[in-house]
Design a protein around this ligand. Structure first.
Ligand code: GDP
Length: 199
């Protein structure tokens, strides 16, 4: 897949705000600071399309990015990062509802990319999100981020740490080490997306 163009399309907190137009969607989820904005920018070959954690005013909305590729056009949907320590119970509930509404009802959704920090064992939040994705019965691309920080000969340790907590032996799960710094496996991510759009 060759990505020709991408643009921020719309942010949404409820279904009436989701884009119309009938394009397939791929959702992206991960703990806050996992490298999700960097992942989006790397995949779409853009410097600052998705705002990274260091930017002020990062909002808790579903952000739809329209992507035009040589194969098919689609939306990448940035699901806000989970695992914030400093939000109230009420905020967490509203946030959970917004994500659930989207992931459980959106017919255009073809797959979920779940990002987990490759430098550490998956957290309780990561495991909960993975279990939830399994419950949703979606194709899952499990991406271990920041792998440039891990020596090549320790890659299998990261995979083993993931395996310890998450069942990776499922037909709907693909595991990929990734780095926004070295661009490791960017093409494999595009291939996975293409396969979801072709299904
Ligand atoms: P987000 O909160 O999930 O959107 O995460 P960001 O993309 O803002 O990244 C959080 C921090 O991790 C920033 O300081 C990034 O520079 C850093 N980061 C993101 N991806 C990588 C990566 O592949 N390698 C390294 N070494 N750092 C990364």
């Amino acid at each position: 897949m060759i990505i020709n163009q991408s643009e921020f399309s719309v942010s949404a907190v409820k279904a009436s705000q989701y884009p119309e137009g009938g394009l397939d969607e791929i959702a992206l989820a991960g703990r806050s600071n996992v490298g999700k904005s960097s992942f989006i920018n790397t995949l779409l070959q853009r410097k600052n399309l998705a705002r990274t954690s260091s930017s002020p005013g990062k909002t808790q909305t579903l952000n739809f990015y329209r992507v035009d590729s040589d194969q098919a056009d689609f939306y990448l949907v940035d699901v806000p990062g989970y695992g914030y320590a400093k939000v109230s119970k009420k905020q967490r509930e509203e946030f959970g509802e917004m994500i659930q509404d989207y992931l459980e009802t959106r017919a255009y959704l073809k797959g979920l990319i779940l990002l987990i920090d490759g430098r550490h064992e998956p957290t309780a939040d990561d495991i909960a999100m993975y279990d939830y994705a399994q419950y949703l019965n979606l194709p899952i691309l499990l991406v271990a981020t920041k792998m440039d920080k891990i020596k090549k000969n320790a890659f299998n340790k990261t995979e083993a740490a993931f395996r310890k907590h998450l069942n990776l032996n499922k037909d709907n799960v693909t595991f990929l080490p990734f780095s926004s710094v070295t661009k490791l496996n960017v093409d494999q991510v595009k291939d996975w997306i293409q396969a979801r759009l072709d299904e």
